[in-house]
Design a protein around this ligand. Structure first.
Ligand code: GUN
Length: 291
């Protein structure tokens, strides 16, 4: 029997600890953790994510501001806004929702965010700290950090002797995930679209992290019996005969859950962890600022 990893419950646990810590910080120092979320344009999925980030921040007792800018915003104006937020002592975390419109250089924007307020963990300084194992002072990207917490619940903190396969090599998930698994002593393989014989690569894994953005690509018979399967994918399928669209992950859940020792569902697995870790990073930033 597989264990279904309840990301919603673990995320609620993280959020309640963040709220308690925020209350303590405010009572002890008067500092209220503050987060600014910036969205440019009208991408519907981004708008949903940004609204839920604001709601969760308020739930944690944070000061939360949203900057909604039109799609035609000039890069220089976005840079000026970020510089203003960098200098604002009431703001401890800055998140610029990706993707940005094509005329804006997203890399340049990310590097404009102060590394001390980069709660996404995308700035070179934070990427470098994660890569060199400076985990105490880094901001770690929220989705991989949340995925690690779920793995920890199943396997503990030390993954010595375990083979982990990360499918996907994005800067947001795949690469930071591989670094976190390495820091936990796993033996790590990063697979991607050019990898030969992906099914066999996955079959050697005690831990599979799927972050490719292709619905149900990873099949049940690619999973080693007893493996831990973390599905980062959130793919909306076209409406079927019943007229309802459906969310699925990057893993064929029905097939994989027959073999996995533990598996995250979609929705309700990794998804809620991402926002919970964003709150945790913002709280950490506020503590550092108050120090
Ligand atoms: N778009 C999709 N995922 C993310 C994320 O983790 N952070 C930001 N800023 N944008 C995203």
């Amino acid at each position: 029997m597989t264990t279904v990893i309840d990301g919603k419950a673990v995320a609620a646990d993280v959020v309640s600890k963040v709220r308690a810590a925020a209350e303590k910080l405010t009572a002890d120092t008067g500092v209220v953790p503050g987060i600014a979320v910036v969205i440019v344009g009208e991408d519907p999925a981004s708008k949903v994510y940004v609204a839920s980030k604001g709601k969760k921040a308020r739930e944690c007792g944070f000061h939360s501001v949203e900057h909604k800018l039109p799609a035609e915003t000039r890069q220089a104006d976005l840079v000026a806004l970020i510089e203003k937020l960098n200098a604002d002592p009431a703001i401890h975390g800055i998140l610029v929702q990706l993707p940005l419109p094509d005329h804006i250089d997203a890399g340049r924007i990310i590097q404009t965010i102060s590394p001390d307020k980069d709660v996404d963990g995308f700035h070179f300084i934070n990427v470098g700290k994660l890569g060199t194992g400076e985990l105490d002072t880094a901001f770690v990207p929220c989705t991989p950090a949340g995925s690690m917490l779920l793995i920890e619940r199943v396997l503990g903190r030390d993954l010595s002797g375990l083979n982990a396969v990360v499918v996907g090599r994005s800067n947001i998930v795949g690469k930071p995930m591989a670094n976190l698994l390495l820091a936990a002593n796993a033996t790590v393989t990063v697979a991607h679209s050019r990898t030969k014989n992906l099914p066999d690569v996955c079959r050697a894994a005690d831990i599979v992290v799927a972050a490719v953005g292709r619905p149900e690509m990873i099949k049940g018979d690619w999973i080693k019996p007893g493996a831990t399967v973390i599905d980062v994918g959130i793919n909306r399928l076209e409406a079927g005969a019943d007229g309802k669209s459906k969310l699925v992950g990057d893993v064929d859940y029905a097939g994989a859950s027959e073999r996995a020792g533990a598996i995250t569902p979609v929705p309700g697995g990794v998804g809620p962890m991402t926002i919970a870790l964003l709150m945790a990073n913002t709280m950490t930033s506020a503590y550092r600022a108050a120090d």
